[in-house]
Each structure stands twice: as structure tokens, then as C-alpha cells.
Ligand binder design. Structure first.
Ligand code: HEM
Length: 415
């Protein structure tokens, strides 16, 4: 090697690094699905910048375990329901990691990263926020927030003379207001609520840029569910009519009566609509975890330490064996069908020690919101060529080409 020029050293180093990267990829991949070779160094980086929902579907379909490698990050996706449960429920091998750089942003000591006893104790401290007794006190607060925002919705629509406009921004804000007023009371000004909603959007957009290789985590779940809820109900007047009827009956014919906890019992159809919505368009399609040590997920395959291992929620919620015609929005499956008994497939809120603390609070909030909207508002969805396309932006949204935001374009009037 004596007498080599600087270029010869550089080229040899690059070739060596490429070979090492490729060999490591093949070794980590083992027998699971995934490309036999990776694009040198970057892998499918370009696709990861603009994640397409169809690409996720293809990835899940490629095998119960599949992999991608982007730059140094090796990622294993578990599409199989039982493997997803195994990952969710193996805290000794894997911990939630939200996005790869989340620890640097939120701080390594943030409670979401706590594990074991410290995590269980912290969680125990939060559970009183979600008891029936606590939740009953939130509903009058929600009633006021919803009233204020429904007025805003109507005024926003009037300002456009009833012409279609995007509502995603307002859906973000109403959900932010619901959370702030529920958990912080009136200590936060209305301007601050709007600023939090806007900044949260910007922070999410920024995280999308650094969130390679896989663009998904848990914020934005509620605006997502709200957007689909309004869109699907506008498209299904039969469902909306039944929902209206049921909510009016539950309020003894007085449409101004506030929603309360005992009322939920009688809202069988509303509850079915919400469950079906969360199944049909789950706000969280998978949850990124990090393998904290070599993790033998199957007898044949061990996820290498330091890799991301991603249990998927969407495939279990769209399994045709469990939910026949899974792409059809059919609330009936929860009433006359057997969907209710398929608890293992109900991965909307994750599973195991980190499962969503708000798994009962979320449907309750949605029932209050959609019941009141059905009784007080009329809305029309103005479909665009891409309304049915799914956009992955932290979670799933209908794709609309209006502004750069995922937008739900509709016009709205008082009922
Ligand atoms: C449609 C709305 C929502 C959906 C679909 C959703 C779903 C999820 C999922 C999939 C996880 C990860 C579970 C796991 O790793 O096993 C999670 C965690 C969590 N969620 Fe939610 N979520 C929603 C709304 C909320 C709301 C409104 C709150 C709070 C008021 C909340 C509080 C939490 C907390 C605290 C965790 C972390 C728990 C832990 O690490 O122990 N979620 N959620």
C-alpha cells in the first residue's frame, strides 16, 4: 500500500465501509422478509422522506416480520398480531422509543421513557385522572369547549359564504382546547391554546423531517380521529341519521341537554360508530419500540440489540378473518356481529405495560363530540380527487391537495 495516493485510500475506505454496511445488513436481516441487499448506506431514505401508506401495506404484506435499513438504523416490522403482542409485552427486551431522537428532544429522564418499577409507579400516579369519577367531571368542561368551537366552525364556514374550506386547523385546535381545559382548567388563555395547537403542528412537521426511517408516533391521534369521524359521517347519512336519533332519545328529546357518563350506556350505536371508526382508520398504525438487548421474537429470529422493532396495529385491525370486509366502515359488526369479542385484534391503544392510559377517555370524548355535533350541526364533505387517499403525517389523515396541511374540506351550517 506504500505509494498509494490519498484518493486510493479514500476510495478503498468507502468500498470497505460499503461492504461492511452490506454484510451487517444481510447478517441482521437473517431469514426475515426484506430486500436481499440495501441501497449502499442510505437504504430507502428517499421513500422514507415521503412515506406512502401503500408502501406500509406492501411492507406488512411481505411477511410477519420484515425489515428495512436506513443509514445505520435497522428496523424490524412485526405485522403479525401475536408477534405485535409479544413486542408490546416484553419490557425486558424492548422499550417504546416514539422517534429515534425523541430522548434527545424530550430528555432522557422524561417519564415516557421510564421502565419497570419507576414507570409502573409513575403510571399509577396518572390513573386517577381516568377513573369514571374523574371523567364525569370533565364532561361539563367538554360541553363548554365544544359549544365555543362549534360556534367557531359555523362562523368560519359563514365567513366563506358556505363555500368549502379546510377544517383540519380547527380540528387540531378543538382537540388541543379539550385537552388543555380538561387537564389545566382555565389557567391557559385562549390565545395560548391556539399557539399550543399551532406549535404542536410545527413540532410534528419538524419531527417528520428527522424521523427517518419510519414516520410514525403517537401525537395528533385525536385530530386524526376527529377528521375521519366528520368525513365518514358526511359520506354516510344513514349512519349519521341513526346517530342523531339515538343521541336525541338519550337526551329525552332535549337536544341542548349536556352529555353525561350514564348516558353512554344507552348510546349503543354511537359507541359502535366510534369503535368502527377507530378500527377502520386507526390513528396509530404502529408503535416504534427499541430492542434494548438481543430479542428472540421467534425461535428462528432474534432482533439485534439497538434495532427498532415495530409492532403494528393496522394489520390486526384489518384482518379479513377477524373483521370480514375490513375496508368497509360497518358499525353493525359491533352490534350484531362478533367484533366485540375479538379483543386480541383490538390494538388501537397498544397493549402491555405502556398501553394508552386514555383508552376509555378517548371514546368518551368522541361520543360527546359527535353526539353534540350530530344534534347541532349539518356538514357536507366536498370530496376531492384525493380525499380517500391516506396521508401518513405522524398518524393517518385523508389526503387533500388544498394547503400543505392534511385538510378536511367541508362546509358547515347550524342544524
Ligand atoms: C385517538 C386517540 C388516541 C389513540 C389512538 C392513542 C393510542 C396510543 C397508543 C397506541 C399508545 C402506545 C401504546 C403502547 O406502546 O402499547 C399510547 C400511549 C399513551 N397514550 Fe394514547 N392514544 C390516544 C389519545 C390519548 C390521549 C388523549 C391521552 C391523554 C389524555 C393519551 C395518553 C397516553 C399515554 C400517557 C401513553 C403512554 C403510556 C405509557 O407509556 O405508559 N392518549 N396511546
Amino acid at each position: 500500500m506504500a505509494g498509494w495516493s490519498a484518493w486510493q485510500y479514500i476510495v478503498s475506505f468507502i468500498i470497505g465501509a460499503m461492504v461492511y454496511d452490506q454484510v451487517m445488513y444481510i447478517k441482521r436481516k437473517g431469514p426475515i422478509a426484506g430486500p436481499p441487499f440495501k441501497i449502499p448506506f442510505m437504504g430507502p431514505f428517499i421513500q422514507a422522506l415521503h412515506p406512502k401508506f401503500d408502501a406500509y401495506l406492501a411492507q406488512w404484506a411481505s411477511g410477519p416480520l420484515s425489515c428495512v435499513s436506513v443509514f445505520h438504523k435497522f428496523v424490524v416490522l412485526a405485522s403479525d398480531r401475536d408477534l405485535a403482542h409479544k413486542v408490546f409485552k416484553s419490557p425486558a427486551y424492548a422499550e417504546p422509543c416514539i422517534v429515534p431522537i425523541a430522548k434527545d428532544i424530550l430528555g432522557h429522564k422524561a417519564w415516557v421513557f421510564l421502565q419497570g418499577k419507576a414507570h409502573a409507579e409513575y403510571r399509577r400516579g396518572l390513573t386517577p385522572l381516568f377513573t369514571n369519577k374523574a371523567m364525569a367531571t370533565y364532561l361539563p368542561v367538554h360541553h363548554k369547549v365544544l359549544s365555543d368551537y362549534f360556534d367557531k366552525f359555523v362562523n368560519a364556514s359563514k365567513a366563506e359564504q358556505g363555500k368549502p374550506r379546510e377544517f383540519m386547523t380547527l380540528f387540531r385546535e378543538i382537540n388541543c382546547a379539550l385537552s388543555c381545559r380538561t387537564f389545566f382548567g382555565d389557567y391557559i388563555s385562549q390565545d395560548a391554546v391556539k399557539k399550543i395547537a399551532d406549535d404542536f403542528y410545527l413540532a410534528t412537521a419538524a419531527l417528520e423531517l428527522v424521523n427517518v426511517p419510519l414516520s410514525l408516533y403517537v401525537p395528533f391521534t385525536k385530530p386524526c380521529a376527529t377528521t375521519w369521524l366528520f368525513q365518514v359521517l358526511a359520506q354516510r347519512p344513514d349512519v349519521l341519521d341513526r346517530l342523531r336519533e339515538e343521541n336525541l332519545a338519550a337526551r329525552g328529546g332535549d337536544k341542548n341537554k349536556g352529555f353525561d357518563l350514564p348516558m353512554l350506556e344507552s348510546l349503543t350505536y354511537t359507541q359502535a360508530v366510534i369503535k368502527e371508526l377507530l378500527r377502520h382508520r386507526p390513528p396509530v398504525i404502529f408503535v416504534p419500540y427499541l430492542a434494548t438487548k438481543d430479542f428472540p421474537v421467534t425461535p428462528e429470529y432474534t432482533v439485534p440489540k439497538g434495532s427498532m422493532i415495530i409492532p403494528s396495529c393496522y394489520p390486526a385491525l384489518h384482518d379479513p378473518e377477524v373483521y370480514p370486509h375490513p375496508n368497509t366502515f360497518d358499525p353493525e359488526r359491533w352490534i350484531t356481529g362478533d367484533a366485540e369479542s375479538k379483543t386480541k385484534n383490538w390494538l388501537v391503544f397498544g397493549a402491555g405495560p405502556h398501553d394508552c392510559l386514555a383508552r376509555r377517555y378517548v371514546p368518551l370524548t368522541m361520543a360527546g363530540m359527535i353526539g353534540k355535533a350530530a344534534l347541532e350541526l349539518d356538514w357536507k364533505h366536498h370530496a376531492t380527487e384525493r380525499s380517500e387517499e391516506i396521508r401518513v403525517f405522524a398518524t393517518l389523515f385523508p389526503m387533500v391537495c388544498v394547503p400543505k396541511l392534511p385538510a378536511f374540506v367541508f362546509s358547515l351550517t347550524l342544524n
